[in-house]
Design a protein around this ligand. Structure first.
Ligand code: BG6
Length: 295
């Protein structure tokens, strides 16, 4: 059981779904946010006077062990299907597990939360390493996240991860991602195809599922129909994943309304494939993600 920690003013605990998933609601002069203990997942964030930053499916399932469709799930310690064992959970186990709220405090202009997940028998059965993962969220007039991973074991470990951010768009077919020009691109819809080099901005023309490697750690999502842009800055993350399920995959997912793909896209920041992180025993690495809404 988590030792309950006192919550700062503006933060309350609620529950979602019939199983009562633990969620914190934050309402301050600066912002409104929703954070789920399962997955340490930020579900919603809206700074005062700004549009909602994140997309959350109206049909998301709030069930123990099931990834919630929207917000910023964390993929860890691997991305996508497990490379050797397809029976292991897609995108790793971090988004399915209950994290512990280690601290929650008010700073000058934000509520800062820290959630933690440590290795246990269940994680070791899926990934044979000891670790402590800590996700810090700063929820103020802007949003930033920092994932720190410590290797608490005796051997090196290698992991991949991604902040799987979902963003709302007026129309995904009228949106572009700038800043990935020249990066190596793996098109996940064309397995076996040679890596390409991205030319021009990335667009979501129907189902899109691409991994960009060795990027500069920043990009910009432009919602052309709303004339709105979002800068995504993740200086310690070399990989970006651009995903939109399109109509047919949306119908298979089961936790998105049939037309919902038109109103969202994922632009994910992490380190996967060649950019995966090798962490020596005893070492810690941290990865930050910050956003700037330009309108
Ligand atoms: C993206 C992957 O990051 O996540 C896609 O690139 C995947 O291949 C998508 O379909 C959603 O994954 P999930 O497990 O949340 O349905």
């Amino acid at each position: 059981m988590d030792a309950p920690i006192p919550l700062p003013e503006g933060m309350t605990e609620i529950s979602l779904g019939s199983a009562g998933l633990r969620v914190w609601q934050i309402t301050t002069d600066a912002c409104q946010a929703l954070v789920s203990a399962q997955g340490a997942q930020l579900l919603a964030f809206q700074a005062r006077g700004k549009a909602p930053l994140l997309w959350l499916s109206a049909q998301a399932a709030y069930a123990p062990g099931k990834a919630i469709r929207g917000g910023i799930p964390l993929c860890f310690p691997w991305f996508g299907p497990h490379p050797a064992d397809p029976a292991k959970p897609a995108h790793g186990f971090a988004r399915q597990r209950k994290w512990t709220l280690a601290s929650a405090a008010t700073t000058r202009d934000a509520i800062v939360l820290e959630l933690q997940l440590a290795a246990d028998a269940a994680t070791r059965a899926l990934w044979p390493h000891d670790f402590l993962a800590s996700l810090r969220m700063s929820l103020g007039s802007t949003l930033s996240l920092q994932l720190s991973v410590t290797n608490t074991g005796h051997d090196d470990c290698l992991f991949g991860f991604a902040f799987h951010s979902y963003f709302p768009l007026a129309d995904s077919r009228e949106a572009r991602v700038e800043g990935l020009e020249g990066s190596a691109c793996i098109d996940q819809l064309r397995p076996g195809q040679k890596r390409q080099r991205q030319e021009g901005p990335v667009r979501f023309d129907g189902e899109t599922d691409r991994i960009y490697l060795h990027t500069a750690g920043r990009c910009r999502l432009v919602d052309e129909a709303r004339n709105h842009a979002l800068s995504i800055s993740a200086p310690d993350c070399r990989s970006v994943i651009a995903w939109n399920p399109g109509a047919a995959k949306t119908a298979r997912l089961g936790d998105m309304a049939p037309e919902a793909w038109r109103g969202m896209a994922c632009v994910e920041s992490g380190n996967i494939e060649d950019d995966a992180v090798r962490l020596p025993a005893g070492a810690t690495k941290a990865f930050t993600l910050a956003f700037e809404q330009e309108a």
